[in-house]
Design a protein around this ligand. Structure first.
Ligand SMILES: O=C(O)c1cc(C(=O)O)c2c(n1)C(=O)C(=O)c1cc(C(=O)O)[nH]c1-2
Ligand SMILES: [Ca+2]
Length: 713
């Protein structure tokens, strides 16, 4: 019999392949299967973009990070938001058509590293598909929003009791009638895998694990033979990976390439990060930090290319996989271009994975370069901190030279536009060997060192190293053509258009249009809240719109806390905004000043504050900010009423009074006196920083507009 998807492929699949025949739609995550994020629409162009106006806005009901790429199909926008919610909007007016809330439980927030974000949906044959933070894959009827099917994508045996943690926030993709979905969790303990489900029925089709089975046994999965014949021997048989899972989560990019007829899996970092503890300092640890190509129908392995062997820096290769046709040595080649966290720009042959060339697209200090034949990094020995036992101030750090924010390519300029950044990280081995904590990050690193001391010297030095910019990269020359500097890191993804424009939202809440040929700034709009999502463009009722999700969040403000204010202060007000040339909508004024400093209790117990700091950095900092300074998304605990009473604090942190809002309970991982030590530490930090936070607000706006908080002028 003809499988159901054969027909569907001739509808949606062909439509995605021939997206330029109907440029009014934005049918899949990267618009086309090439993930170039280039739209041929040109009604909005360099000559008129200065007149761009807000056409409509739609307020979201989740004030956390928004990372979604909305889809647009025949005048309907499908936007996924934080907490894995789906909104179907009239793309011309922003009017809500239907909404779907999968009711992701609040206590799951701390099972993932980086905010309860969602990067987007897939569309196929009248249905929309998206993943939920608690691991479900959901199919809805695109017209009505009614549930068609839902499956749990995390099998019980994957989590080994409490040892491992899985969450889903990446955009799902569809190819040849199969929905492809990965997951995250390598900061905790996870063994990465990708699963394909039948788009019509939700029946599981194939699964590919990205790192070996800890006993080198078959998983009865598509990955069995590649893992047993190629990957297992690149791991020590006794490292901590055998319990923690090894990592390799595919949490962002999964791309179908119709030209090569392959699916590329973009594989993440090691779990735990510490290579010495993870794999006894032995082997390359395949397929960590790799692109793996598999067959769409079966998941069968075809080729792999490893960008970061022996990963110990959280150098995921999950970043966006883009395919291009490039002339190389006078010959047209179908290639993958890739700018992973490790700071190098790779060009690979898409059909074979052959390394063609590579060069660093940001400053980096961990490698002397790439071997020109094999593409293997030539390590700086100092960077191998797990082997040499020394501290390592790594650039890029764990957030990478480029993270999830999408890049774009314009076939008109021949440039790849990368939202680049510099966020260093101090790597240091966990003292006394690997010790896993339940309900927390398990990196094998010294969490006391993962943060910054609150001294003007340390903050000033670190602040100088925080950078964010667009690099317009010429892939033919493997070098930068030009750059646009921003105030700091963690800006939104990019969109390139036929109007020779480049659109990007910034961490400081500004939405910009640049000239795609030279980076000249042609338009900006104050969206009032940090933007980290990538824009899209489409036509509705014959008119071109540019739209983007607004909402500050993700791991940078969560973990960096106070220092994430480098780009300026914004209060999270999450929305979808859409622009057109004749728009006349106006945002209401932003009156919210965020969490205001409240004079803290004067007394605290200095005997326990050191332990409080350690517990805070281990369990709390990843969401509430390094050294207990918030960055405007989640409550700034220094000013929280609950720190005033031991019981009130224990009710929240120990007993879970706020689980519905995303604050898990920690009485299974910490003892009451450890939780009390955290409270004492937060009171200490509130006292240390109260006056400078008050002083920083002594301005017209009453917001901490001075990004130099706590640093020497
Ligand atoms: O190793 C993983 O499993 C994993 C998962 C995720 C995620 O699911 O969002 C991120 C990361 N790692 C990561 O390293 C990272 O920098 C990151 C940033 C973000 C974000 O959305 O802000 N997620 C993730
Ligand atoms: Ca990671």
């Amino acid at each position: 019999a003809v499988p159901a998807y054969a027909d569907a492929q001739s509808n949606t699949g062909e439509a995605i392949i021939h997206a330029d025949d109907h440029p009014e739609n934005w049918l899949s995550y990267g618009r086309t299967y090439t993930e170039q994020r280039f739209s041929p629409l040109e009604d909005i162009n360099r000559s008129n973009v200065g007149n761009l106006k807000l056409a409509w806005f739609y307020d979201l009901d989740t004030n956390r990070g928004q990372e979604g790429t909305p889809l647009v199909v025949d005048g309907v926008m499908y936007a996924t938001t934080n907490w894995s919610k789906m909104k179907a909007l009239d793309a011309a007016t922003g009017k809500l058509l239907w909404a779907y809330d999968p009711r992701t439980p609040g206590n799951i927030a701390d099972k993932g590293c980086c905010d309860t974000v969602n990067r987007g949906a897939a569309y196929w044959n009248g249905k929309v598909y998206f993943g939920t933070f608690d691991g479900r894959l959901i199919a809805l009827d695109a017209k009505t929003g009614k549930l068609v099917w839902s499956v749990n994508t995390i099998p019980k045996d994957a989590s080994l009791g409490q040892q491992r943690s899985y969450t889903v926030d990446g955009a799902v993709r569809v190819a040849k009638g199969r929905v492809l979905i990965g997951n995250g969790g390598s900061e905790f303990g996870a063994r990465g895998f990708v699963t394909a489900y039948d788009a019509e029925t939700g029946k599981m089709d194939w699964r590919f694990y990205t790192v070996p089975n800890n006993k080198n046994q078959p998983d009865h999965a598509a990955s069995d033979s590649a893992l047993m014949s190629k990957a297992y021997k690149t791991w020590s048989p006794t490292g901590a990976w055998t319990k923690q899972g090894g990592g390799g989560t595919v949490w962002d990019s999964i791309v179908y390439d119709p030209e090569a007829d392959l699916v590329y899996l973009a594989v993440g970092n090691g779990s735990p990060w510490n290579y010495k503890y993870r794999s006894d300092g032995i082997g390359d640890n395949l397929f960590l930090g790799s692109i793996v190509a598999v067959k769409p129908e079966t998941g069968e392995y075809v080729w792999h290319f490893q960008e970061t062997p022996m990963d110990q820096w959280d150098y995921t290769s999950v970043q966006q996989i883009m395919t291009l046709d490039l002339p190389i040595n006078g010959e047209k080649r179908h290639v993958i271009v890739h700018a992973p966290k490790n700071g190098f720009f790779y060009i690979l042959d898409a059909k074979t994975g052959e390394f063609l060339s590579g060069n660093n697209y940001v400053y980096q200090n961990w490698a002397q370069g790439l071997d020109p034949k094999t593409g293997r990094p030539i390590y700086n020995p100092d960077a191998l901190y797990t082997l040499n036992g020394k501290e390592w101030y790594g650039i890029p750090g764990d957030l990478g030279g480029h993270n999830f924010a999408a890049m774009a390519y314009s076939p008109k300029t021949g440039l790849v536009y990368i939202p680049a950044q510099q966020v260093p990280f101090l790597y240091k081995n966990q003292v006394g060997g690997f010790k896993a904590h339940p309900d927390s990050w398990n990196l094998g690193l010294d969490m006391n060192k993962a943060g910054l001391p609150d001294t003007p010297e340390a903050r000033t030095a670190f602040m100088k190293d925080l950078k964010g910019w667009i690099v317009a990269w010429d892939p033919k020359k493997q070098q930068a053509a030009w750059v646009v500097d921003h105030k700091g890191p963690w800006n939104g993804g990019l969109l390139a258009t036929g109007g020779d424009l480049l659109f990007q939202g910034l961490a400081n809440g500004e939405f910009h249009a640049y000239d795609a040929t030279n980076g000249a700034d042609l338009f900006h709009f104050d969206a009032q809240s940090g933007i980290i999502a990538p824009p899209i463009t489409y036509k509705a009722k014959g008119k071109q719109y540019v739209a983007v999700e607004v909402g500050w969040g993700g791991i940078y403000p969560f973990f960096l806390g106070g220092l994430a204010r480098t780009s300026g202060w914004t209060v999270n007000h999450s929305r979808v905004v859409a622009f057109s040339l004749d728009g006349n909508a106006v945002l209401p004024p932003q009156n919210d000043k965020g969490f205001l400093p409240v004079k803290p209790p004067a007394q605290y117990d200095t005997k326990v504050t050191d332990n409080g700091y350690f517990q805070f950095q281990t369990y709390c900092a990843a969401c509430h900010g390094d050294n207990a300074e918030g960055a405007g998304v989640l409550p700034d605990l220094r000013w929280s009423g609950s720190i005033r009473h031991q019981d009130a604090f224990y009710n929240v942190v120990g007993r879970g009074a706020l689980t519905a809002y995303g604050m898990d309970r920690f009485d299974t991982s910490m003892k009451p006196d450890e939780i009390e030590a955290i409270r004492q530490f937060i009171i200490k930090r509130a006292n240390e920083t109260y006056q400078r936070e008050v002083d920083a607000r002594k301005n017209d706006k009453g917001i901490p507009e001075n990004a130099t908080l706590g640093i020497t002028p």
